[in-house]
Design a protein around this ligand. Structure first.
Ligand SMILES: NC(=O)c1ccc[n+]([C@@H]2O[C@H](COP(=O)([O-])OP(=O)(O)OC[C@H]3O[C@@H](n4cnc5c(N)ncnc54)[C@H](OP(=O)(O)O)[C@@H]3O)[C@@H](O)[C@H]2O)c1
Length: 246
């Protein structure tokens, strides 16, 4: 149990990393508000859990939702930004609409949600903003031009925001995982290897979030990079089976 009980907004709490973070925070005694596009995706309910529908591809819904959240939960002091998705391929394979949507969901909407919540958050005695970036925020690679751009943007944003918030109680953290075994890969043509040491688990990222929130009040954990000890990428064939191994 944490000494401080927080009220935490977790975006993308219906699956993968966000779900693991929400579970961990509930187990540690915090109040959690989860978002997903459809609140029906939260099958199990908990007395300290609430949910709101939020589609980050619809920017016009962000400010009204933020207002509603801060009205319903004035004690909301922490946000863990987990929602996002991956789309990979050469640049020419992307439509203009796909480029716009990936940047919107993975970056622009997160900046907008922060913008909408920040004026009130700045006046609380403590506040943590934790963003899930990626190893793709650190190095651009082929087939990842737009995904990497969205995560590089998030990294630049968190660095600047941390500086801007340097005279307030707001602590800004970016966590950059390598490949985590989650439904993120369901629609992709690759996935991490299945042997131990070849993938991270969503709980590893939840551990990092927990560490960030428990860090002494006098300091901010700026960035955390996590990777499996053995980096192995498996490419799927047309039927979803592995095509080759490296
Ligand atoms: N898995 C990895 O290897 C890995 C590595 C590095 C970074 N990441 C990052 O970690 C974050 C979470 O990924 P994950 O692995 O947990 O994937 P996941 O299991 O597919 O979960 C993605 C979450 O994001 C939500 N989401 C997707 N599109 C959304 C939209 N338009 N509006 C609102 N919510 C949306 C989903 O909610 P609904 O579909 O229910 O609405 C879901 O809760 C992403 O930002 C991803 O880039 C993942």
């Amino acid at each position: 149990m944490h000494a401080i009980t927080r009220t935490v907004l977790v975006t993308g709490a219906s699956s993968g990393i966000g779900q693991a973070v929400a579970r961990r925070l509930l187990a540690e005694g915090h109040h959690v508000i989860g978002t997903a596009r459809d609140c029906g995706s939260f099958v199990k309910r908990h007395p300290r859990f609430g949910c709101y529908a939020l589609d980050l591809a619809k920017p016009e819904t962000i400010a009204p939702l933020a207002r509603q959240l801060q009205q319903d939960f004035p004690e909301l002091d922490t946000v863990v930004f987990c929602a996002g998705y991956g789309q990979f391929g050469s640049l020419e394979q992307f439509s203009y609409r796909q480029i716009e949507e990936l940047m919107m969901v993975n970056f622009t909407a997160q900046a907008m949600l922060t913008r909408a919540l920040l004026p009130k958050l700045k006046h609380l005695p403590r506040c943590n903003l934790v963003y899930i970036g990626s190893e793709a925020a650190l190095l651009g690679r082929r087939q990842g031009s737009i995904y990497c751009a969205s995560k590089f943007a998030l990294r630049g944003f968190t660095q600047a925001l941390r500086d801007e918030c340097g005279t307030s109680c707001v602590r800004v953290t970016l966590i950059n995982p390598g490949m985590v075994q989650t439904p993120f890969f369901d629609k992709l043509s690759f996935r991490p290897g299945e042997e131990s040491g070849q993938f991270l688990q969503a709980d590893d990222v939840a551990d990092a979030v927990s560490y960030v929130l428990q860090a002494g009040e006098h300091m901010v954990v700026e960035e955390i990079n996590l990777n499996p000890v053995n980096k192995v990428v498996r490419f799927k064939g047309k039927n979803g089976a592995d095509k080759n191994k490296d």
